[in-house]
Design a protein around this ligand. Structure first.
Ligand SMILES: Cc1ncc(C[n+]2csc(CCOP(=O)(O)OP(=O)(O)O)c2C)c(N)n1
Ligand SMILES: [Mg+2]
Length: 654
C-alpha cells in the first residue's frame, strides 16, 4: 500500500488523542487540527536529522502553542528521534516521562524551546532567527543557513508580547522566520470572536511581515503557502485555517477538544472517521516506515554540511561556539588586576561597562543590547557595532522599548547557540521581563540580564522607578543566579561568573550612583562564594553586618563607628544569595555565625533577610514604596545611614 498524506497525518492524530486519553489529561485539539500542516512541514520543508538532533545548521522548530505538545512528541517519535519512544508517549504527562505536559527543551532533543506560556515561544523564536542571521554573517552560508519555524495559536498572537516580537522581527527583516498560525478561531472560552476582532494579518503586514493564508487541511494549498513564505524576503506568517480537533466527528471545531480527553466514545468515533483501524499506540508498519524514511532524508544535507565544516578554515572556532564552550582559560583576572592597581569610584553600571570592555574583546560570541536604555544601562562597549537588517554581523541589538520581547529573544539566542546574549533595562522593569527570566531559568540557558538603577539610589525619578521588592522577588526564581555587586571589582567577578555558567541565567543588579572601590585584593573570585567577609572585626566581634551592592559602603561605615565605640563588627558583602546557599555549611556558619547578632542592610524589602539574620537579627531596608528626591536625601529619609543604624545596633546589643 502506498502511504498517503492522510495516513501520515492521521498517525499524529491517533497518537495524540490516544496519549491524552491514556493520561486522562492533555490537549488533543491542536495536534489533531494542525496534523496536516505539521505533516507537510516535516515531510517537505523542515531541515532536520533525527540522528543528529543538535546539528548546528538544522532548522529550528518551535511549538509556541505548547499545550499541543503531543504534536511534537508524535513527530519526533515518528521521524525516528531516539526519544520519545512509544513507551515515553504511553507515559505522556506522567512523572519521569520526557513527554511532559508542555514541551521542555532539556527533556528531549528536538524540543528547541520550553513552551506553554502563550506567546513566549514565538518571541523566543525571534531570538533564534537573530542568532541565525548573525552567525551566517560571521561564518557564511556554508556553515549557517537555516530557517526558524514556529507553530502558534490564537493565544500566542493575542498575547501582548506578540506585539513586541513581531515589531522586532519586522524591523530586523528576519526573512527566515516563518510562523504557522493555527487559525482555528477557537480558544478555551469558545470562539475567538468572543474576545477579539483584530485583523491579525493586517497587524503583521503593518509591521513589515509577509502574510499568506491557506486551507490548513489541504496539503497542496499548505505547500503553496509555505513556498510563498520561503520565497518572500520578509518574515512570514501563514494563516492556516483549520478545524480544532479535526477527525473527532462530534467535537471538532469546538473548544471541547482544546484541553480535555475526547472520551472513549468520541475516540472510537474518530477512529471510524479517520479510517484508523488500529489499537492505541500502534502505528501500522508501512506508515511507520514512511515516516522513518521521511526522517532520514535530512541525513544527506547534514552529511554535505559536515563535509563543508571539515574543510572550513574556521571549523574549530565554529565548533567551540556551537558547543557554548568559552575560549580556553577565559578569565577576567588580568582586568581585575588592573582595577586593584588603580582603584576608582564608579557606579556599578559603569563598572559593568568597563568589565564588558574586557569581556567583549575576549568573547566574540557576546551579543549585547538594551531596551532603549543603552546610555543608562551601559551595555554597549565602544567597539560594538549595532546588529541591523543591513549588518547582521553587528553585536549590539537596539531592542527598542520591548523589555519582554528583548528577554525572550535573548533566550532564543541562547537556545540557538553560538552566541551569548546579554541585555539591559532598569531593575524596576524586570517585572516586564519576568516571564522570560523565569523561562530562562527553567530552560537552563545562559541569558544574562543587566538590570541597572537598582534602588532608591537612582534618586529623583521616584517610586515608579525605584525597585523595592524586585531583587528579593528575583532571588526566589529557582536556578536564576542573582548578583548585586558592591564595587568595580565585584562587578567584574560577577560578570565572570555569569559568563562561565552555561546551565542557567544570571542577573546583575547595578547602581546608578557611584560607589567606592572596597576590594583591595582579588587573589580569588570571592563573589563566587556568594557572600564573604570583606572586613573582619578588630575589637571582639559582637555583630556581623551583611549587606549587598551599594549598602556595603554603608555597612563599612557602620562597622567603623561601632569599632570606634569598642564593638567589633564584621562586614560581609553578599552579592549573591544563590551562590552563598550553595557553599558548604562550615563556610556559611563561619561567615554568618549563629551566636552573634546579625544585621542586614539592603535598600529593598526586608522580607527574606530573616534567612540570614534570624528572627532576632536586625533588618534595615525599605518596606514601602520609594520617594522622589536626591539619592542621598532618600537614604537619610529611609534611615539607611550609619548615623541612623549604629544606635539601633548598639541598643540591640545591650
Ligand atoms: C500566558 C498564558 N495564559 C494562559 C494560558 C492558558 N491557556 C492555554 S491554551 C489557551 C488558549 C487557547 O487558545 P489557542 O491558542 O487558540 O489554542 P487552541 O485552543 O486553538 O489550541 C490558554 C488561555 C497559557 N498557557 N499561557
Ligand atoms: Mg485557537
Amino acid at each position: 500500500m502506498t502511504v498517503s498524506h492522510n495516513d501520515l497525518a492521521n498517525a499524529i492524530r491517533a497518537l495524540s488523542m490516544d496519549a491524552v486519553e491514556a493520561a486522562n489529561s492533555g490537549h488533543p485539539g491542536m495536534p489533531m487540527g494542525m496534523a496536516d500542516v505539521a505533516t507537510v512541514l516535516f515531510s517537505r520543508y523542515l531541515k532536520f536529522d533525527p540522528a543528529a538532533p543538535k546539528w548546528a545548521d538544522r532548522d529550528r522548530f518551535v511549538l509556541s502553542a505548547g499545550h499541543g505538545s503531543m504534536l511534537i512528541y508524535s513527530l519526533l517519535h515518528l521521524t525516528g528521534y531516539a526519544r520519545p519512544t512509544i513507551e515515553d508517549i504511553r507515559n505522556f504527562r506522567q512523572v519521569g516521562s520526557p513527554c511532559a505536559g508542555h514541551p521542555e527543551n532539556f527533556e528531549l532533543a528536538g524540543v528547541e524551546a520550553t513552551t506553554g506560556p502563550l506567546g513566549s515561544g514565538l518571541a523566543t523564536a525571534v531570538g533564534m532567527a537573530i542568532a541565525e542571521r548573525h552567525l551566517n554573517a560571521v561564518f557564511g552560508d556554508a556553515l549557517v543557513d537555516h530557517k526558524t519555524w514556529v507553530l502558534a495559536g490564537d493565544g500566542c498572537l493575542m498575547e501582548g508580547i506578540n506585539h513586541e516580537a513581531v515589531g522586532l522581527a519586522g524591523h530586523l527583516k528576519l526573512g527566515r522566520l516563518i510562523v504557522l498560525w493555527d487559525d482555528n478561531r477557537i480558544t478555551i472560552d469558545g470562539a475567538v470572536d468572543l474576545s477579539s476582532s483584530e485583523n491579525v494579518l493586517g497587524r503583521y503586514e503593518a509591521s513589515g511581515w509577509h502574510t499568506v493564508s491557506c486551507d490548513g487541511h489541504d496539503p497542496a494549498d499548505i505547500a503553496r503557502a509555505m513556498e510563498a513564505a520561503l520565497a518572500d524576503p520578509r518574515p512570514s506568517i501563514v494563516a492556516c485555517r483549520t478545524l480544532i480537533g479535526k477527525g473527532a466527528p462530534n467535537k471538532q471545531g469546538t473548544s471541547a477538544t482544546h484541553g480535555s480527553p475526547l472520551g472513549k466514545d468520541e475516540v472510537a468515533a474518530a477512529r471510524v472517521t479517520l479510517g484508523w483501524d488500529y489499537p492505541p499506540f500502534e502505528i501500522p508498519g508501512d506508515i511507520r516506515s514512511a515516516w522513518l524514511d521521511l526522517g532520514k532524508k535530512g541525513a544527506i544535507a547534514h552529511d554535505e554540511w559536515q563535509q563543508r565544516l571539515s574543510s572550513h578554515s574556521e571549523k574549530a572556532e565554529f565548533e567551540r561556539r556551537a558547543t557554548g564552550a568559552l575560549p580556553d582559560g577565559f578569565s577576567l583576572k588580568d582586568y581585575i588586576g588592573e582595577l586593584l592597581a588603580n582603584p576608582q569610584k564608579v557606579a556599578t553600571r559603569k563598572a559593568s561597562e568597563l568589565a564588558l570592555g574586557a569581556v567583549n574583546a575576549l568573547l566574540p560570541e557576546t551579543i549585547g543590547g538594551s531596551a532603549d536604555l543603552t546610555g543608562s544601562n551601559n551595555t554597549k562597549t565602544k567597539d560594538q557595532r549595532p546588529l541591523t537588517a543591513d549588518d547582521y554581523a553587528g553585536r549590539y541589538v537596539y531592542y527598542g522599548i520591548r523589555e519582554f520581547g528583548m528577554a525572550a529573544a535573548m533566550n532564543g539566542m541562547a537556545l540557538h547557540g553560538g552566541v551569548i546574549p546579554y541585555g539591559g533595562t532598569f531593575l524596576v522593569f524586570s517585572d516586564y521581563c519576568r516571564p522570560a527570566i523565569r523561562l530562562a531559568a527553567l530552560q537552563r540557558i545562559r541569558s544574562i540580564f543587566v538590570m541597572t538603577h537598582d534602588s532608591i539610589g537612582l534618586g529623583e525619578d521616584g517610586p515608579t522607578h525605584q525597585p523595592i521588592e524586585h531583587m528579593m522577588s528575583l532571588r526566589v526564581i529557582p536556578n536564576l543566579d542573582t548578583y548585586r555587586p558592591a564595587d568595580v571589582v565585584e562587578t567584574a567577578e560577577c560578570w565572570e561568573l555569569a559568563l562561565k555558567r552555561a546551565d542557567g541565567p544570571s542577573l546583575l543588579a547595578l547602581t546608578r550612583q557611584n560607589l567606592p572601590q572596597l576590594r583591595t585584593t582579588a587573589d580569588e573570585n570571592l563573589s563566587a562564594k556568594g557572600a564573604y567577609r570583606l572586613r573582619a572585626a578588630a575589637a571582639e566581634r559582637k555583630v556581623v553586618l551583611i549587606a549587598s551592592g551599594s549598602e556595603v559602603e554603608i555597612a563599612v561605615k557602620v562597622a567603623q563607628q561601632l569599632e570606634a565605640a569598642g564593638v567589633g563588627a564584621d562586614v560581609v558583602s553578599m552579592p549573591s544569595w544563590s551562590r552563598f546557599d550553595a557553599q558548604p555549611a562550615a563556610y556559611r556558619d563561619d561567615v554568618m555565625p549563629h551566636h552573634v547578632l546579625r544585621v542586614s542592610i539592603e535598600a529593598g524589602t526586608t522580607i527574606g533577610w530573616e534567612r540570614y539574620v534570624g528572627i532576632a537579627g536586625l533588618r534595615f531596608g525599605i518596606d514601602s514604596f520609594g520617594a522622589s528626591g536626591p539619592a542621598e536625601k532618600l537614604y537619610e529619609h529611609f534611615g539607611l545611614t550609619a548615623e541612623k543604624i549604629v544606635p539601633q545596633v548598639l541598643a540591640a546589643l545591650n
